[in-house]
Design a protein around this ligand. Structure first.
Ligand code: GAL
Length: 648
């Protein structure tokens, strides 16, 4: 468990660097990320490199005992490069270039940019790959931020056609797979196929889905290009990327497979303000962030990093980019930091060391104010640095419960929501939050992940189920819970021959014969439960138990052996009862935590965090809490309070 910080030596007089480095070390920071936007200072003119300032910054930081994560500067190609090669720019849906003047102004498919990327990454990696203090490398910065995965450039069009040709072999196969006989959409060659934009009404969902898969593969390929160069010039160094919150435009598991560590940028208050939650929830957690949103991402990125993950950017105070930007509750920066460690983070790194008085992010807080005086978060970071020494730094074992999260499901439901309120990410978060209120630890995993060893596996939304995945689920021995729309599509985005849940019918002998989506405010009663947004009509085969149904007899909670199915968007009570039943059958003991309290285990240590506005008495909710040997806090948790104890 280590602390880090993001630092921009190019933003400050060089004379400040030594003092800043000493202050970082004194605060308890041990790792610093630099360089990720500095291309115009590294190469101010084509081919003329200015290394002096960066050499000195790295050496100064290293002399203070700090390790360095060096970012490749590809998120910000300089003006001269864009002017020479305008084909680097991404092109929007309407065919307009997305111009210079902010950041991320490039197209992942641009052949010129791939070449320029290789050139600059090679130059930086050659210079610093063997530097003993540069122990980690960050590729680019936040792939996809500002909606930059999709580009309708000429290079992207050509690459998409080639991608389709590789996937389908010949165009007749593509026509059949997509169902292009519909509306006379048939093509005579791959060269006739365009990206699915600016069509009169919706383009074929199969066409759109393949466009999304292609876009994701372009990000993977672009990242791999950088990783290969870094591995060649910086052997043995950690390679990572910093991902974002609630961002789903590419398959993060696929990018993560090429990295050593996944990191993400955690801004709990910004995400709360941007999120879908009702006004009461936003009011309650105004200065804390949503109690499950941040943790969900910790558990997601632990999976993306195959066990190894950091928070690269931790919110330290008000940010500048949400619709409203409140300050954290006193103590909350410390609580966020500890919660990340509780979920297994190796490093929590604050963004940023000092608030910039100029340019786009001048309203974004740092650990220091622009006048070089500490901001409140610095004291909280210092406190964590002291506390770290008192808590065992245990590894994070596999959780008892896996929640399957499939990026392709997200794309499908964006392309074909079938009901305006069917929001996949919200459904996944609801299920995750319900598990957390039972006090259960969760791994958020890809459908391709190793599913063995879990006591329970839940899949809130898993439309694509291959035979292989169905077989792995069957072999897992876990108790299973599927949400609506499971197994409802083939990979070609068609309805399975035997209807949903498709390949899962081997486990769950049921058939979904009709689906309907419901306007907000419509609640279909099912005994003590209610279904909103989405309701399926299910025929149950022999031996299937029905635990809840609507007055007209439509089953909404079904079970066959150790597999359960919810045939609609469940109310909180139905979800809670179903998850409790699953936990019970899986041999897991479930708690009943109040809405603001969250727990998490890291090896022998269990942590508790109070997200609410009122104090919490842990002993009222966690058996034995009055007598634990606490390493942090105690059984009385103030708002923003953290407790940690070693379990027997
Ligand atoms: C992240 C980004 C940083 C900075 C920060 C502000 O998205 O990586 O460069 O913009 O947000 O909160």
């Amino acid at each position: 468990m280590r602390l880090g910080v993001c630092y921009y030596p190019e933003h400050w007089p060089e004379a400040w660097c030594a003092e800043d480095a000493a202050a970082m070390a004194a605060l308890g920071v041990s790792t610093v990320r630099i360089g990720e936007f500095a291309w115009s200072r590294i190469e101010p003119e084509p081919g003329r490199f200015e290394w002096g300032w960066l050499d000195r910054a790295i050496d100064t930081l290293a002399r203070a005992g700090l390790e360095i994560t060096l970012g490749t500067p590809t998120a910000t190609p300089p003006k001269w490069l864009i002017d020479r090669h305008p084909d680097i720019l991404a092109v929007d849906r309407r065919g307009r270039p997305r111009r210079f003047g902010s950041r991320r102004h490039y197209c992942f498919s641009s052949l010129t940019y791939r070449r320029e990327t290789a050139r600059i990454v090679e130059a930086v990696a050659q210079r610093y790959g063997a530097h003993p203090a540069v122990t980690a490398w960050q590729t680019d910065n936040e792939y996809g931020c500002h909606d930059t995965v999709e580009s309708f450039s000429e290079d992207a069009r050509v690459a998409f056609r080639a991608w389709l040709a590789r996937r389908y072999g010949d165009v007749a196969t593509l026509n059949a797979a997509w169902g292009n006989v519909f509306w006379s959409m048939e093509y005579r060659s791959f060269d006739e196929i365009d990206p699915p934009n600016e069509t009169v009404t919706e383009a074929n969902p199969a066409h759109r889905m393949d466009w999304r898969r292609f876009g994701s593969d372009e990000v993977v390929a672009y990242n791999r290009l950088q990783v290969e160069i870094l591995r060649a010039h910086a052997p043995g160094r950690t390679i990572l990327h910093n991902f974002m919150g609630s961002f789903t435009q590419f398959d993060h598991h696929a990018v993560g497979a090429d990295l050593d560590v996944a990191t993400w940028d955690s801004y709990p208050l910004g995400f709360l303000e941007q999120g879908h939650w009702p006004a009461e929830t936003k009011a309650r957690y105004l200065r804390q962030g949503h109690p499950d949103f941040t943790a969900f991402h910790h558990d997601l990125y632990r999976g993306v990093g195959r066990g190894r993950w950091w928070v690269m950017e931790q919110q330290p105070g008000p940010v500048n980019w949400a619709p409203y930007n409140p300050a954290p509750l006193p103590g909350m920066v410390r609580a966020w930091t500890w919660e990340a460690f509780a979920h297994g983070a190796e490093v929590v790194s604050y963004f940023r060391w000092r608030q910039a008085p100029f340019a786009q992010e001048q309203m974004h807080a740092g650990l220091h104010r622009p006048d070089r005086v500490e901001a409140p978060a610095a004291g909280e970071a210092r406190q964590v640095a002291r506390e770290i020494k008192t808590v065992p730094d245990d590894p994070t074992p596999r959780a008892p419960v896996a929640l399957i999260f499939d990026y392709q499901a997200q794309w499908l439901f964006e392309i074909q929501p079938q009901g305006a309120s069917y929001r996949h990410f919200e459904l996944a978060l609801d299920w995750y939050g319900a598990l957390r209120r039972l006090g259960l630890d969760v791994d958020v995993v890809a459908p391709e992940a190793d599913l063995s060893g879990y006591a329970a596996i839940v899949a809130p939304a898993l439309p694509f189920v291959t035979d292989a995945l169905a077989a792995r689920l069957a072999q897992s021995n876990a108790v299973l819970l599927f949400g609506p729309r499971a197994g409802s599509k083939t990979a070609r985005v068609t309805i399975p021959d035997a209807l949903a849940p498709g390949a899962l019918q081997a486990l769950l002998p049921i058939k979904v014969t009709r689906v309907e989506s419901l306007r907000p405010g419509v609640v279909e009663a099912a005994g003590a439960y209610g279904i909103t947004r989405w309701l399926e009509h299910v025929e149950a085969g022999a031996g299937v138990q029905v635990h809840a149904k609507t007055p007209s007899g439509a089953p909404v909670w079904l079970q066959a052996g150790r597999a359960h199915y919810l045939a609609g968007w469940p109310c909180a009570r139905l979800l809670d009862d179903a998850l409790r039943a699953v936990a019970g059958a899986a041999g897991l003991s479930a708690l009943d935590l109040p809405q603001d309290l969250r727990l998490r285990r890291r090896g022998r240590v269990r942590f508790a965090v109070n997200y609410g506005p009122q104090p919490i008495d842990l002993a009222a909710h966690v058996p034995g809490a009055a007598g634990f040997a606490y390493r942090l806090g105690g059984p009385h948790l103030e708002p923003a309070g953290v407790a940690a104890w070693v379990e027997a």
